[in-house]
Design a protein around this ligand. Structure first.
Ligand code: AGP
Length: 624
């Protein structure tokens, strides 16, 4: 979703701005732009729709010189994806130039008032009201006495920006440049992340840490309601209500991203193939044979607190929600703790009775998903302990939670989550073992689980060998308009995830169901042109799923089945079979997911879709 960059220092700003925007591409966007001020303070803007490379070509044709600038990738919320709606936006006679992430909920009222006062709007965005509001506050000198009298060179700017922000309802990550103050950028945040990179006589601003790698080795995470005044040689942070604050400077953990595809044609494929390694990384140092359990460094809870957990809530969105669902099955099975899985977007506005002794886990690859962040904030407000399972180190959710577990899956660039999903499943399986061993699970049972975990990366590597078969099946069905994905028990989440992967990147309508639920409605969709993908590993529901396959075949529906090596029964019924290695039932969903990822990938490719950047989607959904 939208990304922000900013630079003030001694080099040409355009270099960092473009590179930073490229590194934020993964978040998803539909247009981009930069504003750069020259030595005389004159601000020029360049904006394009489409990919960053179009912006880069436009800038190559008409370069913008200057050592201070801001840039943005926009994912349309208010107003179509046009050049006019792309950021930066200006207020008044170029008094202020801004880029904004987030949503201003009361923009319509503010816009009407500003228009009645003569401000002319150039775009259909909610952002433009901020530009005009700041201009109004600067021009009308909504500057309190303290601001006017202050010796601080930018005090009146800060006061005007505070006055403008106090009129907004919604969320913002905001960078502002000023016509009459050429050497400074202001950065403000409420509900949408912003970080500052500290260099030598230069400073960088970004909406997450990834653009900073290789440019700065120190980072400042702005908190809500903070406003930073950033010049080439200084950073001053002030709180909306409490005045100046001491900001803490941390070392930047993010390494320069491996942007090359490593010989793969897409990031998604690369990330699918990274799974044996990412699973090892999720487990590394977290299993102890001595106690036949898992261990975690960052939960920040005493053994007494953990022993006293009576209920667990897992909250997430999208693919992470599917991982949570598997987590529910595993934790309840191994640890006998009641678990509920909540859509974060629902939980944040619901008011469920939650007893003391409830532990809330937020699961998020990006750690920036607005709804998931909103949900844990709401749970924290009510006094519950919150833990994060995130991939991105230092992300907002990781920081807000009381503790947590990182996936260590490495950067996931493809918008469709693959390796982060299997790592989330892995971490939840480790937690299930951990809670289980604190309760009734025996040493023997613990060791059996650990052995299954250790075997998993090589089984996943073997499952990747199904690619040619997936490609063949993709060619057969890539023109279908509807798909069903069906699985039971541990593989119900696998069915949901398989369906989501297909629809995200190939735009084919696909639905996932518990296989037996099919009879209660979805079976009406079955015909010769609607393939059903069944996940049918060995296990206690095997025969039940076989009956569900019969039901589809009886209605002429084509069946693609994911089975375990050695299975011969399913092949007698199914039209196409993909065979994966046998593993313990509780880790089978991780293995079975691999061919579903590959199938989606090849179908999308054959339909000519942009696999890594599917239409309308953002990698990190930072608005609600
Ligand atoms: C995954 O393929 C999707 N792009 C999407 O559903 C994603 O899982 C969801 O937006 C949640 O993201 P998060 O894990 O970063 O919070």
């Amino acid at each position: 979703m939208c990304g922000i960059v900013g630079y003030v220092g001694h080099r040409e700003a355009s270099g960092f701005l473009l590179e930073g925007l490229r590194r934020l591409e993964y978040r998803g966007y539909d247009s981009a732009g930069v504003a750069i001020a020259d030595q005389a303070g004159h601000v020029s803007i360049c904006k394009t729709t489409g990919r960053i490379e179009r912006l880069a070509s436009a800038l190559a044709g008409s370069p913008l010189h200057g050592s201070i600038g801001i840039g943005h990738t926009r994912w349309a919320t208010h107003g179509a994806a046009t050049e006019g709606n792309a950021h930066p936006h200006v207020g008044g006679e170029h008094v202020v130039t801004i880029c904004h992430n987030g949503v201003i909920e009361n923009y319509q009222q503010l816009k009407s008032r500003l228009e009645s006062e003569g401000y002319v709007f150039q775009s259909a965005t909610d952002t433009e009201v901020i530009a005009h509001l700041v201009t109004e506050c600067l021009e009308k000198e909504c500057v309190d006495e303290e601001g006017k009298d202050s010796q601080e060179p930018y005090a009146s700017l800060v006061t005007a920006v505070k006055a403008a922000l106090s009129q907004l309802r919604g969320t913002y990550g905001l960078v502002l440049m000023f016509r009459d103050y050429p050497g400074v950028i202001l950065a403000a945040r409420l509900g949408s992340p912003l970080v500052l990179g500290i260099g030598d006589d230069e400073h960088f601003i970004a909406s997450d840490a990834s653009p900073l790698a290789g440019y700065a080795d120190k980072i400042v995470y702005l908190s809500d309601h903070q406003i930073a005044v950033v010049t080439a040689d200084s950073v001053q942070v002030t709180h909306r209500d409490h005045g100046d604050v001491r900001h803490s400077v941390e070392s930047l953990q993010v390494k320069t991203p491996a942007v090359d595809l490593g010989g793969y044609s897409h990031y998604m494929l690369k990330e699918i193939y990274e799974q044996p390694e990412s699973l090892k990384n999720a487990m590394r140092g977290r299993l102890t044979e001595d106690d036949a359990t898992a261990m975690f460094g960052g939960l920040n809870l005493t053994p007494q607190q953990l022993g006293g957990v009576k209920r667990i809530i897992l909250t997430a969105c999208g693919t992470s929600w599917h991982a949570a669902l598997l987590g529910e099955y595993l934790i309840e099975e191994f640890a006998r703790i009641p678990v509920e899985v909540e859509y974060a977007s629902e939980l944040r506005y619901r008011n469920p009775p939650v007893d003391p002794g409830t532990l809330v886990f937020a699961i998020s690859q990006s750690g920036e998903t607005a709804d998931t962040l909103g949900a844990i904030r709401e749970m924290k407000r009510k006094g519950h302990r919150t833990l994060a399972i995130c991939n991105v180190v230092g992300s907002s959710i990781a920081q807000e939670a009381d503790g947590g577990v990182y996936l260590h899956a490495g950067p996931e660039i493809g918008v469709a989550s693959t390796k982060a999903y299997t790592s989330q499943c892995m971490v939840l399986a480790l937690l299930a073992l951990y809670f289980g061993r604190m309760r009734h699970l025996s040493v023997d049972a613990g060791m059996r689980i650990i052995n299954a975990f250790h075997a998993l990366p090589s089984k996943v590597r073997a499952a990747l060998q199904t690619e040619e078969e997936c490609k063949r099946i993709a060619a057969k069905y890539c023109h279908a308009n509807n798909f069903l994905y069906l699985g039971r028990q541990y593989n119900f989440p696998t069915a949901l995830e398989g369906a989501l992967k297909l629809k995200e990147i190939s735009y084919i309508h696909a639905e996932g169901y518990p296989a037996a639920e099919m009879k209660h409605g979805p079976i009406a969709l079955v015909d010769e042109s609607t393939p059903s993908v069944f996940i049918v590993p060995q296990g206690f529901v095997y025969d039940k799923v076989m009956s569900n396959i019969e039901e589809v075949k009886a209605r002429g529906g084509p069946v693609i089945a994911v089975v375990e090596h050695g299975d011969t029964r399913v092949a007698e019924l199914a039209d196409d079979v993909i065979s994966v290695p046998s593993v313990e039932e509780f880790v089978q969903p991780i293995v079975s997911t691999i061919p579903l990822q590959l199938l989606s990938y090849h179908i999308a490719l054959m339909r000519g879709c942009d696999v890594d950047k599917p239409r309308n989607l953002a990698k990190s959904v930072t608005v609600e």
